[in-house]
Design a protein around this ligand. Structure first.
Ligand code: SF4
Ligand code: SF4
Length: 243
């Protein structure tokens, strides 16, 4: 019948018009990712046997490694492992073919960088791996804040920077935050927000260590949202008074 297609289209439009809005206010609000979402590829360095299957499997030459022969065991050992994320197409072939199950994708999708070279991650062999194998139960030294073995250099630097920023933020939040918002009043609002919600503090600090511009944008967005909320609460209060 003439116009059936149009009616069908209108019905779909109307259905979505009245259904619950699913727009996410990113970056203030993080999207809910599916369990199998493929974000950043990472390696469990200590589990890798340096077989090189992943480097041969990858269609885009994203992966490369450096190996050496272990004097004692005469087996190959991994010296360094490089992941050039910019060419990865998340096909999962490397993960599926790794015999040691040491390649995985995490949920980190915020991987943009200013420089191409910064996208590349290089993992170096941690010295602990060449020490005499500890007997069972002695590997846990119990020391806090020890960097995880196999973390790439860049990640270690970032981790230290984040810790330093978090300490500064805990000591004098308004002074630290005033660099990211327009004035001291906004810095005080933001300090209140992150004191009430530790996850927001962690997010801001991570951005401060990684991307100053983005940190500013998120800080301003947090403040503006808070101001709007206060304003609407104030208006609500006024209405009640008039009633
Ligand atoms: S997911 Fe695919 S493109 Fe990315 S590193 Fe693995 S094999 Fe290469
Ligand atoms: S396939 Fe797995 S075990 Fe082999 S080199 Fe690659 S990451 Fe290491």
């Amino acid at each position: 019948m003439y116009g059936t297609g149009l009616l069908k289209g209108m019905a779909i439009t109307l259905k979505y018009f009245f259904s619950k809005k699913i727009t996410v206010q990113y970056p203030e609000e993080m999207p809910q990712l599916q369990e199998r979402f493929r974000g950043r590829l990472y390696i469990e360095f200590e589990k890798c046997i340096a077989c090189g299957i992943c480097t041969k499997t990858c269609p885009n030459d994203v992966l490369s490694l450096e190996d050496a022969r272990d004097e004692n065991t005469k087996k190959k050992k991994l010296i360094s492992y490089t992941i050039d994320h910019q060419y990865c197409m998340f096909c999962n072939l490397c993960v599926e073919n790794c015999p040691s199950h040491c390649l995985h994708f995490n949920h980190d999708f915020e991987m943009s960088k200013y420089n191409r070279e910064d996208i590349k991650e290089v993992y170096h062999r941690p010295p602990e791996m060449d020490q005499v194998a500890p007997s069972a139960g002695t590997s846990d030294s119990g020391e806090a804040n020890e960097p995880a073995p196999g973390l790439p250099e860049e990640a270690l630097k970032k981790q230290k920077k984040i810790e330093a920023l978090m300490t500064a933020l805990d000591k004098n939040p308004v002074k630290v935050l005033s660099r990211y918002v327009e004035n001291e009043e906004d810095a005080q609002i933001l300090a209140g927000i992150i004191q009430a919600d530790r996850s927001k503090a962690e997010k801001i600090v991570e951005l401060m260590a990684d991307d100053q511009d983005k940190a500013r944008k998120v800080a301003v967005a947090f403040v503006n949202k808070e101001k709007k909320q206060r304003q609407s609460q104030g208006e609500g209060g006024e209405k009640h008074e008039h009633e």
